[in-house]
Design a protein around this ligand. Structure first.
Ligand SMILES: [Zn+2]
Length: 81
């Protein structure tokens, strides 16, 4: 969900309610703080990791993750309440 839009010259940065940068392309929302590697499972990585040790994918060669998948991923890794 879009929380805030910051315009700086020609650059527009959109943030979600977690204050993460997102990009909306058509009906797809990408989360710019995460990227997808080539793995079938657990393929979402934060941009603080630049390499997947399982499939050797590099962050710079990989697409950003979809926002809805990032939300699912975060719910999965967080300890259950
Ligand atoms: Zn991988």
């Amino acid at each position: 969900m879009v929380n805030k839009i910051v315009r700086d010259g020609i650059l527009t940065t959109v943030y979600n309610d977690m204050n993460e940068r997102i990009e909306i392309v058509g009906d797809i929302t990408l989360n710019l703080e995460y990227w997808d590697c080539e793995c079938v499972e657990n393929y979402i990585h934060p941009i603080t990791e630049n390499h997947c040790e399982k499939c050797n994918a590099l962050e710079e060669d990989s697409p950003n993750s979809r926002e809805n998948e990032v939300i699912e991923y975060i719910h999965r890794i967080l300890p259950q309440q």
